[in-house]
Design a protein around this ligand. Structure first.
Ligand SMILES: [Zn+2]
Length: 164
């Protein structure tokens, strides 16, 4: 190493590397063009299991729908989703911010949705298949025993964790 180089190094002390941004799973990721994603590309996507935005690796392209990606933390495979489903709940019964059923279920996989049963235990964001109302998305867990579910026919109050 020459003297000159040594001086250069001395005058530029460890140019602080960009600090890794603290990952906030509640913060929606930057807008990306999901249609432009390629297999093995990484993207921040909502994970219904992790209940947050986490890094996903693109697995399958399925245009015109967003690609499917595997969640790095939990390994679940699902469609890339850049917005949190359900979103903000408001006090009271009216929920003007609740996305419509077709938006909520846009990336649902009806064939994978578990059957709704009053003895079941469901979580916010879960998809269920109801014998009468069809595909639904849990939009609010009110109590241990009560859930609000968005169906095509509207939001219904259902029972969960039922035991006699
Ligand atoms: Zn996950």
């Amino acid at each position: 190493m020459t003297q000159e180089n040594a001086e250069v190094e001395a005058t530029e002390p460890a140019a602080a590397p960009e600090p890794a941004p603290v990952h906030d799973p509640k913060k929606p990721p930057e807008k990306v063009n999901v249609q432009a994603l390629q297999v093995d590309e990484e993207v921040n996507s909502w994970c219904g299991k992790c209940k947050g935005f986490y890094l996903h690796r693109v697995k399958t392209l399925q245009p015109p729908k967003p690609p499917k990606a595997v969640c790095i933390p939990c390994k679940a495979v699902h469609q890339v989703r850049l917005v949190e489903p359900g979103k903000k709940k408001k006090a009271g019964t009216d929920r003007p911010n609740l996305p419509s059923w077709d938006v909520l279920t846009a990336d649902a996989e009806p064939e994978l949705a578990p059957k709704y049963m009053i003895t079941g235990n469901f979580e916010y964001g879960d998809f269920i298949m109801h014998s009468k109302f069809g595909l639904g998305c849990i939009v609010e867990v009110l109590t241990e025993e009560r859930i609000q579910v968005s169906f095509e026919a509207g939001v219904k109050l259902l029972i969960q964790n039922y035991s006699r």
